[in-house]
Design a protein around this ligand. Structure first.
Ligand SMILES: [Zn+2]
Length: 469
């Protein structure tokens, strides 16, 4: 995520009093037989989000969207494994009507409780059971405002829709275990009126037409966090090619010039991804791309997996903006392939993506990373921590800028060779998974052979300016 305006609003100092230790609510005593899965994952940054008791392997989504009526009709086939003996379990789904739920092909009970869909299978699910839940649903999907975090969800546009948002968006258009701790693969089918494009994540599949409707197909084979899914429907100029042997799909609104700054920025996607791969290790996904949207409500860019979405504000100067492309592409390694286990560690995403902007700027003939480090160091408010910044600080300056300072300070402390070995080891060992700040510290200590805890404490959470390395 990057806001359109470079300087982020300072985060309010909000204490998050709840225990921040990530705990599973689903382990424990099995003697009582089957029992309900938890209705959330106890992440205080996103109360109610995610669910306990199972782990999703794959979502197979087939949705039809009709722009004139704003109506979405969907079928979701969710394949999951029970991590506890379940009498019932929850999926997150906001505001849509559910008409039918089955588990393993048989009718199942279902009830709504706010943004939760509670599913009761006819028989309990033993721990370890692989099961499939199928949900038919429809309605007019909505967006949800979330204070400083901006609105997320399903935005109706003049010519279609945009499903986008961090940390919340997926539950606006499909039933989901909506927390990055439960990543899954996706098969996405989107049916829209002929003439409109329907862009999503991953490798494009066969496109078919029937009765005035066109079905677009997408497959994301690498595990993906739910907030990294996207859907962009509308009148777009879509370019499909290949880069490094993998599909490259980019799209800009048809209303924008074919040779404008938006298209020129997206055209550098392959070059920038290759540069980042030379620093971070192999590109982690099967496809590349990017989508620019023109709706002014999208005041940010988001690193939706394999195909970031860029709001219009980044291109207002009339010049290409490779910096924001570098930021969102860096997230493909930091945040997407290696995803958060809990939102308090969001600097693992934004600190590294912001640092990637410095690396790219230096590579592109601009300011050096060292110079950016010096300027930012002088401007930093050290009272704001990087780790556990509070819910209102999730996208605050500390997470981005002090996060990037920490990354560069690590480089100065361990030296270039060890630093880039730490990054490549991280992206290789954690590829497709989840991680915490503790995991990064442990890995950096192992690779460098140095005790780095005092270093990370000072740079991430210390209340005063750390000594320059
Ligand atoms: Zn970001």
């Amino acid at each position: 995520m990057r806001r359109t305006h470079g300087r982020l609003r300072p985060a309010l100092a909000v204490a998050v009093a709840a225990a921040l230790v990530f705990t599973s609510c689903t382990e424990g005593d099995e003697r009582g037989g089957f029992r309900p899965g938890a209705a959330d994952l106890a992440d205080p940054y996103v109360p109610g989000a995610g669910n306990g008791g199972y782990d999703v392997d794959n979502y197979r989504l087939a949705v039809r969207y009709d722009p004139p009526t704003d109506r979405l009709t969907g079928r979701a086939v969710v394949t999951a494994t029970a991590t506890a003996p379940l009498s019932r379990f929850n999926l997150d789904l906001a505001g849509l009507d559910v008409s039918r739920v089955t588990v393993d092909g048989g009718p199942a009970g279902s009830a709504r409780d706010g943004d939760e869909l509670v599913v009761t299978p006819p028989d309990g699910l033993p721990r370890g059971a692989r099961f499939t839940v199928e949900v038919d649903y429809s309605g007019v999907p909505t967006a949800k405002a979330d204070g400083q975090l901006g609105s997320g969800g399903f935005l109706h546009t003049d010519d279609g829709a945009i499903a986008l948002g961090q940390p919340w968006s997926a539950a606006a258009w499909f039933p989901v275990n909506d927390h990055p701790a439960d990543k899954a693969t996706y098969d996405i089918e989107v049916t829209v009126p002929d003439g409109l494009a329907a862009l999503s994540n991953g490798v494009p599949g066969e496109r078919t037409r029937a009765d005035g409707w066109t079905t677009w197909r997408w497959a994301e084979r690498a595990p993906m966090a739910s907030y990294l899914t996207t859907l962009v429907i509308g009148d777009y100029r879509v370019q499909t090619g290949t880069h490094a042997g993998r599909p490259m799909v980019t799209a800009v609104p048809a209303s924008l010039p074919a040779a404008g700054p938006e298209a020129a920025s997206l055209a550098r996607t392959g070059e920038i991804a290759d540069f980042l791969a030379s620093r971070f290790g192999p590109y982690p996904f099967d496809s590349y791309g990017g989508v620019v949207v023109s709706d002014g409500r999208v005041g940010y860019a988001l690193e939706t997996q394999s195909r970031p979405v860029y709001g219009p504000g980044f291109f207002r100067g009339g010049r290409p903006n490779p910096g924001v492309v570098a930021h969102e592409l860096a997230h493909q390694w930091f945040g997407n392939s290696v995803a958060l286990s809990r939102w308090r560690d969001i600097w693992l995403n934004e600190g590294f993506a912001s640092y990637a902007e410095w690396l790219w700027e230096e590579h592109d003939g601009g300011r050096t990373a060292q110079r950016n480090f010096e300027l930012e160091y002088a401007a930093t408010d050290w009272s704001r921590p990087v780790v556990d910044p509070g819910r209102s600080g999730l996208f605050g300056t500390a997470v981005y800028k002090r996060g990037a300072l920490t990354v560069h300070a690590l480089r100065r402390t361990v030296g270039d060779d060890t630093f880039f070995r730490i990054l490549r080891t991280w992206t290789a060992e954690r590829r497709g998974g989840n991680a915490t700040t503790e995991d990064l510290i442990a890995l950096a200590e192992r690779v460098s052979g140095k005790s780095l805890r005092p270093f990370f404490d000072a740079w991430l959470v210390g209340g005063t300016a750390p000594a320059l390395p």
